[in-house]
Write a protein that binds this ligand. Sequence first.
Ligand code: MTE
Length: 311
Amino acid sequence: MVKIPSSELTPEPVYLSRRAFLGGAGALSAAALLAACGTERFVSGTTTAGPGATAGLTDELGDPANSLDQITNYNNYYEFTTDKEGVARLAKGFTTSPWEVSVGGLVAQPRTFGFEDLLALEQEERIYRLRCVEAWSMVIPWLGFPLSRLLALVEPRPEAKFVRFETVYRPEEMPGQRDRHYPWPYVEGLRLDEAMHDLAIVATGIYGHALTPQNGAPLRLVVPWKYGFKSIKAIVKIDLVETMPVSLWMALAPMEYGFYANVNPDVTHPRWSQASERRIGTRARRPTLPFNGYAEQVAPLYAGMDLRQHY
Ligand code: MTE
């Protein structure tokens, strides 16, 4: 497993972009960042206790957060490599600043946002379980904002039914994108009502730090009730559309990776059971929870749908 010294956990481009943001983007955005990072929990989870310590953070079920070391050294990011323990090394130095995200399609106010514009939105901590379709999981303290807030700024038109997300295409920096086996760029999608749900966030940080490149810097989606592949990294384009987007995984293996991909212990992956999972950092398997433990909040989104049919 590749270890990163703590001194390198905030790579220079990210560090510099934060500095630029703090120095140049005005008091309002600086205040927003400080408000987000200044809580006792962030201080104890990062500065005082240092990377690797979870500082007593737990999810709402009482399970401890994974360490920063675990979260940043076991990753899925096929644009770099399919080797989970090799992503950190290959993604180090990936250019994350400047960064722009265009949000358009079926909206009244299409707009291109600089990353600084998004940092100016109020950032909050969300401690979520991340359940990979490969049956491992982690608990991650994200920093970010509800996706619904970003979508509200562009005013979706009534015809908009789905949201389509696209990752940056930069094969010169992302060696995995030179592999023509995959239909790059990485694409994901949500139904509009899923995207508007408060649990769906755009993440900009982990443990109060800027996101590391291997975790999707500078911004990625986090949809905690769905398998991790829905939580697309390094987003540059968001479009409101009328028809269901075809994700990279649907194009590649539609029988294995459906559009909905809600965590479901009863729907077996064609090649393995989803009934249990392994929490990274532990050996024992634990039962998979319907909707990854968020059923109370999100099950109403699927009322009347057969979730075996609509995997
Ligand atoms: N986004 C992009 N662009 N490329 C990827 O390969 N992998 C997905 C998702 N987002 C992936 C991606 C998968 S399969 C998972 S489980 C999560 O990212 C892993 O996120 P993490 O590395 O931050 O834990």
